[in-house]
Design a binder for this molecule. Structure first.
Ligand SMILES: NC(=O)C1=CN([C@@H]2O[C@H](COP(=O)(O)OP(=O)(O)OC[C@H]3O[C@@H](n4cnc5c(N)ncnc54)[C@H](O)[C@@H]3O)[C@@H](O)[C@H]2O)[C@@H](O)CC1
Ligand SMILES: Nc1ncnc2c1ncn2[C@@H]1O[C@H](COP(=O)(O)OP(=O)(O)O)[C@@H](O)[C@H]1O
Ligand SMILES: [K+]
Length: 490
């Protein structure tokens, strides 16, 4: 897990890490620059030779100068645009300034003809996590000009103008790509900032996770290697009972498709036995669509104890609150609550304290708003999600890009897989099936949520390689097995 530290802690992190391993702050900056350049060479070698780097007065600008030197050594035609004088810049900026090779063109702002930069790759090294006020003066002017240029734009660490832990005020650099060092700053993960961040890449600068842990952050960014360790290993003699028996409840009226998606997805996630509660004609439709599942009638609600996990909500439609109340009261086991189950909870807060502890709620932003009211921005939403999870002792999976998982002990995990093509009808129903499946296989609620969200996103990425914008929820289900193969989960 990569701890996500607040911007203010990063200078302290750098200093104490450099001291611990006996390197200078300049050497750490060099590592950051090397990591950036190795990422850059993978995408831009031979594509475009002209690079303009806009270097601010602090260490972000210093990174920019180090990158200028390294790219120039690789044969790129590099120009740097400087703003402050050498004396007014950070110490490591000055070291890197002295190391700039002769071949690099230097411009002191405003003495630069932007025509020259119009066909170049633009690298934004104006400000990083040290920004302490909105852009103004010549910085505002240059960012406004750069935002008009059509070439590829890349930000180092964070787009200049974005604060690391709060909402942007005024103007910020509009990057196509952002390469953030060691871990994503929280600000890079929120929907309001998506247009500034572009595609996010994390560049490792060699600070181990265990070192970051000392800083006691309650927020983490989940990596594939974390997920690999969470998976249960099954024995060669395992039988279907070991892989869990689950019951899915939903799919009434015209929305039977929703529960079919959850059902097929639970089967593909490895459930041993999947039962579905259904009414009337829906039963046949479910049988035809997912012949591996068992379809049950009303009576099954009296036998909830025989299931390892329940998933309630996809396509459930409006139901009396007593349905949920009875289910909550007849089993103390954690369950997954999605879609219409969440809508019942929104209308009946008196049920909140009856939700079995450790249950997993999976709202999208609209469902979350129904549950907890309007939020003025995503930072506030994240705080509310955490408060809800702590207060009601549940796991709250707030869906979207970088889905967050808030836990009863006040932690928050951010998922790193998925893409925009997953914004298609039914993809949330697929997630419900996956999380319920893991819960039924005996994963604890945290691991079930993290594995479910991660594999759902990875399956979405895999499906999107061939389906792109034409991807539908069924394609995500079909790619679940590939996500296990890619992660070497047996
Ligand atoms: N572990 C890490 O994360 C590492 C971080 N490094 C880099 O160091 C950066 C942080 O460097 P700094 O702390 O020097 O901060 P910045 O480079 O972000 O800028 C701080 C400087 O800008 C001034 N300033 C802030 N806001 C301003 C505004 N709106 N207008 C005009 N001036 C403004 C400040 O007074 C200060 O002089 C990171 O973002 C990253 O790029 C790397 O060099 C090394 C490793
Ligand atoms: N832009 C995106 N990037 C990554 N994942 C996304 C994106 N848009 C949607 N998703 C994922 O797709 C799913 C959509 O869920 P939801 O809105 O409940 O869909 P539905 O109600 O149609 O089933 C969530 O898991 C969400 O995280
Ligand atoms: K920057």
């Amino acid at each position: 897990m990569l701890s996500i530290l607040p911007g203010k802690k990063i200078a302290e992190l750098d200093k104490s890490y450099a001291r611990e391993v006996g390197i200078s702050s300049w050497e750490l900056m060099e590592r950051a620059a090397e990591s950036f350049v190795s990422w850059f060479l993978k995408g831009f070698s031979g594509v475009q030779e002209k690079v303009f780097i806009f270097s601010g007065p602090g260490n972000n600008g210093g990174d920019g100068l180090a990158i200028a030197r390294l790219l120039s050594e690789k044969g790129f035609a590099v120009s740097v645009v400087l703003f402050s004088s050498k004396e007014n810049s950070s110490v490591d900026w000055q070291v890197n300034f002295d190391k700039l090779p002769e071949g690099i063109s230097r411009y002191q702002y405003p003495e630069i003809d932007f025509e020259l930069a119009s066909s170049a790759i633009i690298i934004d090294a104006l400000f990083g996590v040290g920004i302490n006020r909105a852009l103004g003066g010549e910085y505002l002017e240059v960012v406004n000009t750069l935002n008009q240029l059509s070439g590829k734009k890349i930000s180092i660490d964070i787009p200049s103008g974005l604060p690391s832990d709060s909402l942007v005020e005024g103007v910020a650099f509009l990057a196509d790509m952002t390469v953030s060092f060691q871990f994503p700053k929280l600000s890079l993960l929120i929907p309001e900032h998506s247009k500034y961040v572009g595609d996010l890449h994390i560049a490792d600068i060699g600070i181990p996770d265990s070192f970051l842990d000392q800083f006691g952050s309650n927020k983490s960014f989940v990596q594939a290697s974390d997920i690999q360790k969470m998976h249960k290993r099954f024995d060669n003699f395992s039988h279907k009972g070991d892989f869990g028996r689950i019951l899915l409840i939903g799919g009434r009226g015209g929305k039977v498709g929703a529960i079919i998606l959850s059902t097929c997805s639970a089967m593909r996630t490895g459930s041993g036995l999947v039962h579905v509660w259904a009414e009337g004609a829906s039963k046949d439709v479910i049988h035809i669509s997912c012949c591996e599942a068992m379809v049950e009638g009303e009576k099954i609600l009296d036998e909830l104890d025989k299931f390892d996990a329940l998933g309630i909500g996809p396509g459930l439609g409006e139901v009396p609150q007593d349905l949920l109340r009875n289910i909550f009261q007849s089993t103390g086991k954690p369950m997954v609550l999605d879609a219409d189950a969440l809508n019942v909870l929104s209308k009946h807060p008196e049920l909140w304290d009856l939700i079995p502890k450790g249950s997993i709620l999976t709202p999208h932003l609209k469902e979350f708003e129904r549950l907890t009211g309007k939020s003025s921005h995503h930072f506030e939403r994240l705080d509310k999600a955490s408060e809800y999870a702590v207060q009601h002792k549940v796991y709250l999976v707030l869906k979207g890009a970088f889905t967050s998982i808030s836990t009863p002990d006040g932690k928050q995990y951010f998922n790193s897989t998925g893409n925009k093509h997953m914004a298609t009808a039914g993809s949330g129903d697929v997630l419900t099936g996956m999380i319920t499946s893991f819960l039924g296989q005996g994963y604890d609620p945290l691991n079930a949520s993290l594995c479910g969200v991660f594999h759902h996103g990875l399956a979405g990425e895999i499906a999107s390689k061939t389906k792109a914008r034409g991807m539908i929820a069924t394609d995500i289900i079909e790619s679940i097995p590939s996500s296990f193969l890619e992660m070497q989960i047996d």
